[in-house]
Design a protein around this ligand. Structure first.
Ligand SMILES: [Zn+2]
Length: 249
């Protein structure tokens, strides 16, 4: 096989959707589904764990693409919703109705019970303009587990934990797997340049942060605890070195 063909195949693999973004050799196997507005991830374990849930109406696409990744939605015991924004919590109630246990941060309880995205605190002019296009509402729900500090995922069939990381929203959480080396961070960081359309693994300041200083302090805490890979809610994944270059050590 010539070099050009290898290059094209590598490009196709990088753009494939859904795709495996973390091989098991890194400590945890993770698949990512790129939906219209955000990513949904699946962590493979004794039982598959879903992280985030797209916007309202995305459940069919999530189920289909989980199937492409070899995962049946009926086998999922738990889903972690990284925060209560409409592009991450959109199908949480629909998953809950299927018997999936919903885990999220206690700080976002009020907004999920209203089913409202809430205020946008834009970090750039582009982000401020973009917010007029964003989904605002989703089916309200009350999570089965409300995390205030940390939650061990063993009952979900996963070796890992959920930790509270307030900043993007008050109730934002991060999933830690792979023996502490992999963090699934929701919107703590976004990936990509030029509005996220190119160079999708490049970590950048997220478009919206309720408390930007707090969010960036949480990123540095993840670096300090030894996280090597950052799996993002939009774009990604990013390496430790890329994140440290963008946000400091
Ligand atoms: Zn968000």
């Amino acid at each position: 096989m010539n070099a050009a063909r290898v290059c094209v195949l590598a490009l196709v693999a990088a753009c494939a959707n859904p795709r495996i973004v973390m091989p098991a050799s890194r400590g945890a196997k993770i698949g990512t589904i790129e939906l219209g507005w955000s990513n949904v991830h699946v962590v493979y374990g004794e039982r598959p764990l879903v992280v985030d849930s797209g916007v309202r109406g995305d459940l069919r696409e999530i189920a289909d693409k989980l199937g492409d990744l070899g995962v049946a939605l009926r086998d999922v015991r738990c889903a972690v919703i990284t925060h209560g924004h409409a592009d991450h919590a959109g199908t949480a109630r629909a998953m809950q109705a299927l018997g999936i246990k919903i885990i999220m941060g206690a700080g976002d309880l009020a907004r999920t019970q209203r089913g409202e995205h809430g205020a946008h605190h834009a970090t750039s002019v582009f982000a401020w303009l973009l917010h007029f296009l964003l989904p605002e509402h989703y089916t309200p729900f009350t999570a089965d587990v409300l995390v205030t500090d940390r939650y061990d995922l063993a009952p979900c069939g996963i070796a890992g934990e959920v930790i509270s990381t307030p900043g993007h929203t008050a109730g934002s959480v991060v999933v830690i797997v792979g023996g502490g080396k992999i963090a699934i961070v929701g919107d703590l960081i976004r990936g990509g340049r030029l509005g996220g359309f190119v160079d999708k693994t490049q970590p950048r300041v997220h478009f919206y942060q309720d408390d930007k200083a707090a969010a960036h302090a949480e990123i540095r805490k993840l670096l300090a605890r030894g996280v090597e890979w950052f799996v993002l809610g939009h774009g990604g994944p990013s390496t430790r070195a890329e994140v440290a270059d963008e946000f400091g050590r």
